[in-house]
Ligand binder design. Structure first.
Ligand SMILES: C[S@@+](CC[C@H](N)C(=O)[O-])C[C@H]1O[C@@H](n2cnc3c(N)ncnc32)[C@H](O)[C@@H]1O
Length: 275
């Protein structure tokens, strides 16, 4: 099959479209990456050029292709209990947080990918909130990609994906099952019940949906790196508004708020608190 070449003009159209609709800011040097990631999709759709793919995207009013495009452009890499130090911090601060909030915590995993992050949060709270008390702890988990959300809701993971889950947690919160001919681990219902999955685009999403909501903890890890500074800034402002006083914002270890801290105080590497 003939190799598809992404022309500069076509790249510029896609670059602007991706920025406007997904919020991801692609530098000019990303032309080869975009070509490599999208070529298979363009061919699969039977289109003869990237320009035709751009027209297809613009004409797609349902947004299904936009969602597909976002999963091709951004990475969904994630893992259970990613960034160990942040979990240690959370463990140390959980008692005071629970006391302050009267045992009611609302958490948002804002780019949850295939579910490892929100399920880690759910396991964490089940393990570390004192067992002699009743708590009301709920996790909202959102992502722009319907594809990863489907995986998250299914909650089935291969053994290698579960390698960072402590074996006693695996025993307590998962069942060993066979799914589509593969053995793996399925998240138990009692854990699933703590997590509500929804599709939400952090950049173009309607934040009015959160009008009645506030959070004690927001995890927005390893996604802001794809956004440019103004987009990151406006996101941090939204997180600030959505957090309760003394609530925490966790970001990825390769990210930092530096010049856009707003009213946040840095508490540890990549952990900020609303003061
Ligand atoms: C690298 S994963 C990070 C997953 C998890 N937070 C972690 O740190 O392990 C980035 C996720 O961000 C999602 N994403 C990219 N752009 C987004 C946007 N505009 N709104 C919401 N999610 C987005 C991707 O679909 C992907 O699942």
């Amino acid at each position: 099959m003939e190799r598809l070449v992404l022309r500069r003009k076509e790249f510029m159209l896609l670059q602007a479209f991706i920025y406007e609709h997904i919020g991801i800011s692609l530098g000019d040097h990303k032309i080869y990456l975009v070509q490599a990631r999208l070529a298979k999709r363009v061919k699969h759709l039977g289109l003869e050029s990237f320009g035709a793919y751009y027209d297809f995207l613009v004409a797609d009013k349902q947004g299904g292709e936009l969602e597909y495009l976002s999963s091709l452009i951004s990475t969904n890499v994630t893992s259970f209990f990613r960034e160990e130090k942040q979990w240690e911090f959370l463990k140390a601060h959980l008692p005071s947080l629970l006391a302050k909030r009267g045992g009611k915590l609302r958490i948002w995993s804002a780019a949850c990918s295939s579910g490892e992050e929100p399920y880690s949060l759910a396991m964490f709270f089940k393990e570390h909130a004192p067992r002699d008390k009743t708590y009301d702890i709920k996790i909202l988990a959102t992502d722009v990609s319907a594809k990863v959300l489907k995986m998250a809701m299914k909650g089935f993971y291969l053994p290698k994906v579960c390698s960072t889950v402590p074996s006693n947690y695996l025993h307590t919160y998962f069942s060993c099952v066979e799914h589509e001919g593969q053995r793996g681990y399925a998240v138990n219902e009692n854990l699933k019940k703590m997590v509500l999955f929804r599709e939400f685009n952090l950049v173009t999403g309607n934040y009015a949906l959160f009008e009645q909501t506030s959070f004690d903890i927001i995890f927005c890890r390893n996604v802001m790196i794809y956004f440019d500074k103004p987009t990151q800034n406006s996101l941090v402002e939204k997180f600030y508004a959505l957090l309760n006083k003394e609530g925490y914002l966790f970001i990825g270890s390769s990210e930092a708020l530096t010049d856009m801290k707003k009213g946040f105080q840095s508490r540890s590497a990549s952990i900020y608190q609303k003061v």
